[in-house]
Design a protein around this ligand. Structure first.
Ligand code: LRH
Ligand code: MN
Ligand code: MN
Length: 389
């Protein structure tokens, strides 16, 4: 391996991963939501916990909000609160999936008054962005149908285009919109934005400030996600990631837990496509929940997993790889990629963290800090993440 750890350190230093506020709340399945001692009761406490993750890792300077889960009366004050804790407000996520009025859709609904309500909700989210300094609006729609014939697929797509146009027109000059796709759930026959192609088609019709959000958990098993990453970067339309991992469907487990090799392959394509550069448009976010494990260590583990696989992806000897590819050296090229994947970077990362005044082992340092015991004692009656709340 000719690429050394010291040669990738500057790139690693620039890494920033947004944490979702909802990862700090209690969550679960439709069967049971288990509570964790110390769960935040307010968005301010969620921000404090996110700032704690950042203190131990220097990897997580932003917290994403979900509206209305994180509703407050004074968003400017919330932005200032975040700044006081050394973080800032990241992506604002809209939510049109838990009100009765959206039973048959939101931005795609046949009833113009329901569409209006959903569009207005996004206008409110843009106001939140202005007040907090957030730059990204993320739209994920639960819209879809359960039975063939239930809805007019084409009409829904046309109404979606019209609704998105209105939201797009409201964005400020330095604001963006990302459209997240998901192949199923909660709708089980079709969803209105099921795949990257549909998201790409919709955002391309809007303009430069609209891009695709790729949630790693939102693909059919066996999908080659890194190919999609490559294609969207090539087209200049990869706006953001929602990172998580899954064994079956959208189970939002810790990123890199189920398939570290897949995460490596994704991050390799991010690097290949210029997604790590200073002027890269790609926002890296976690979209996870911690159903049975403590939330703060769950988030620390997650950002460290991304950091480790990023380091390995950056270690690929791209010159040698190109030579092997061009020579038709199938096994040689594969071996170059696998050499980087199998490189244990944990020792180098620990030493490098220490050299920057960070704990060598953020998981151990957090466990020894007493923070978990303190919040468990201080906070009683912590919040549910929002699902079903
Ligand atoms: C939908 C989703 C979307 C939501 C989040 C809570 O499955 O990935 O990003 O906003 O979960
Ligand atoms: Mn998501
Ligand atoms: Mn999801």
């Amino acid at each position: 391996m000719t690429t050394t750890f010291s040669s990738i350190a500057t790139q690693l230093e620039a890494q920033a991963i947004e944490l979702p506020s909802w990862a700090f709340g209690n969550s679960g399945t439709r069967f049971k939501v288990f509570s964790t001692p110390g769960t935040p009761r307010t968005i301010q406490e969620k921000i404090q916990d996110a700032a704690t993750v950042n203190r131990y890792t220097a990897l997580a300077p932003k917290v994403a909000l979900h509206i209305p889960w994180d509703t407050v009366t004074d968003y400017a004050a919330l932005g200032a609160f975040a700044a006081d804790h050394g973080v800032s407000v990241g992506t604002v996520n809209s939510n049109t999936f838990q009100d009765d009025v959206y039973k048959f859709g939101s931005l795609t609904h046949t009833d113009a008054s329901v569409r209006r309500q959903a569009i207005d909700h996004h206008f409110d989210c843009i106001d939140v962005m202005h007040a907090t300094g957030s730059q990204d609006l993320k739209i994920w729609l639960a819209d879809g149908t359960n039975y063939p014939g239930q809805g007019d697929l084409r009409g829904r797509q046309d109404r979606l285009a019209d609704s998105l146009q209105q939201i797009y027109a409201r964005l400020g000059d330095d604001q963006r919109m990302v459209l997240e796709y998901k192949f199923f759930e909660p709708a089980f026959y079709h969803t209105d934005v099921p795949d990257w192609g549909t998201s790409f088609a919709q955002v391309s019709a809007l303009g430069d400030k609209a891009m695709v959000c790729l949630d790693t958990g939102h693909h059919a098993p066996g999908t080659n996600i890194e190919f999609i990453v490559m294609q969207l970067l090539r087209l200049g339309k990869l706006g953001s990631f929602d990172f998580n991992s899954r064994f079956y469907a959208d189970d939002d487990l810790i990123v890199g837990a189920a398939d570290p090799f897949q995460l490596f392959r994704i991050l390799f394509e991010v690097n290949r496509g210029g997604g790590f550069g200073a002027d890269s448009p790609v926002a890296f976010m976690l979209d996870q929940c911690h159903n049975v494990e403590d939330k703060i260590p769950g988030q620390i583990r997650s950002v460290l997993n991304v950091q480790e696989m990023t380091a390995r992806a950056l270690l690929v000897d791209t010159g040698a790889l190109r030579t092997a590819q061009d020579a038709g050296d199938v096994l040689g090229a594969n071996a170059i990629l696998m050499d980087a994947f199998y490189t244990d970077v944990r020792g180098d990362l620990a030493a490098w963290r220490e050299s920057r005044g960070l704990p060598a082992d953020p998981m151990a340092a957090y466990a020894a800090s007493g923070y978990q015991q303190k919040i468990a004692a201080d906070r009683v009656g912590g919040q549910q993440a929002g699902w079903g709340a």
